[in-house]
Design a protein around this ligand. Structure first.
Ligand code: CP3
Length: 344
């Protein structure tokens, strides 16, 4: 298995946001529920939308249908998804007390998500696709809380990280505890791989990246390795730029590359690092554009990562206006993109 460090040719593939609005069958289910979080908390529907992309495409994994913001929601914070605007969270500041992590209340709130994982595990039992669980990384969750929602540059979150370091670090520590617990629970219910999405790692400068991104990710990897050593962890520290190679030192099974990091550069760094498996990193905009450029880029990425275990994926989530035929075309190109089969 590639996440255990063996190459496969062609590489296995799944796609970030492979379940979602680009699929008409997702939009049909989504139209039946009043709000997005209700979909995440209805096991029957969450299972259905998780499996939808597997019915259409030859993918190697299913990723639990949920959202990173269910963790702050389960900590009692007010999280809402506003149509056309994205997530809104009640803004947290140094004048507020930290969210309280009560594992029993947390698990009660997330029971429908655990139930979804268990049903998916059962549905995939005799199939080859792996079941991937996930959580938002502590910094990215903290960024949404400090900002009160999404943002282009998370300026308020950064400002607080500099001005009130003890408060922000305590918040990140609290979220680290909750996220570790959440991932262990997903594993107990049948997740075979877990991924940490640090979508906003890249808004921070180096000293804050070390404290608020790399240190907590390292602590989560270590805790999971101590408790569930057989479960591979994938890290996605989006936007780390020149600090990306540092994510290879945290003991994870794989590091997912964003769209901007050159795969060959990361391959060179991974060759001698504790983490050798790389995931990524096709530009989702190219999956919208399609055509000859898409085929050429799939081949370039596969070649650049050819010497290492590689899981093909996008460098960020599928865009809602992606034509599903382009996904099928990309997978067809990928099937013949290798060339150095070693049977592993
Ligand atoms: O198929 C999958 O990848 C599994 C499901 C999944 C969703 N969100 C479903 C979703 C996963 C893994 C996520 C992770 C997530 N959520 C991240 C990390 C990955 C990344 O994209 O960087 C982040 C930052 C979020 C927060 C979030 N959720 C935002 C910013 C938005 C709104 C933006 C948008 O695309 O609309 C969401 C909503 C969301 N999460 C949707 C889906 C399918 C669309 C909502 C809808 O259907 O109405």
């Amino acid at each position: 298995m590639v996440l255990a460090g063996r190459r496969r040719d062609p590489p296995p593939v799944w796609l970030m946001r492979q379940a979602g609005r680009y699929l008409p069958e997702y939009r049909a289910v989504r139209a039946r529920v009043p709000d997005f979080l209700a979909l995440c908390y209805t096991p029957e529907l969450a299972v259905e939308v998780t499996l939808q992309p597997l019915r259409r495409f030859p993918l190697d994994a299913a990723i639990l249908f949920s959202d990173i913001l269910v963790v702050p929601h389960a900590l009692g914070l007010d999280v809402r998804f506003v149509e056309g605007e994205g997530p809104r969270v009640r803004r947290l500041g140094p004048e507020d007390s930290l969210p309280v992590f009560d594992p029993d209340a947390f698990d009660r709130h997330l029971q429908p998500v655990y139930e979804t994982v268990a049903r998916l595990s059962e549905a995939l039992r005799r199939r080859r696709e792996a079941l991937i669980g996930f959580a938002g990384a502590p910094w990215t969750l903290a960024a949404y809380l400090l900002e009160g929602g999404g943002s282009r540059d998370f300026a308020r979150a950064r400002e607080l990280a500099w001005a009130r370091p003890a408060f922000v670090e305590a918040l990140v520590d609290r979220l680290t505890e909750a996220v570790t617990h959440f991932l262990v629970r997903q594993i107990e219910h049948g997740a075979e791989v877990v991924k940490l999405f640090d979508s906003w790692a890249g808004v921070l400068p180096e000293p804050l990246v070390r404290r608020l991104v790399l240190a907590p990710l390292g602590r989560i990897v270590e805790a999971l390795r101590a408790r569930r050593p057989e479960v591979p962890v994938i890290l996605f520290p989006r936007g780390l730029s020149l600090l990306y190679p540092e994510a290879l030192q945290l003991g994870a099974a794989a590091v997912a590359l964003d769209t901007t990091v050159p795969p060959a550069t990361m391959a060179a760094a991974a060759a001698t690092a504790p983490t050798r498996t790389l995931q990524g990193n096709l530009d989702p905009a190219l999956l919208v554009a399609g055509g000859a450029a898409l085929a050429a880029e799939v081949r370039r990425i596969v070649r650049a990562l050819d010497d290492l275990p590689h899981v093909f994926n996008l460098g960020h989530g599928i865009l809602p206006h992606t034509p599903p035929e382009h996904v099928a075309h990309m997978l067809e190109v990928l099937r013949t993109a290798g060339g150095t089969a070693d049977g592993a």
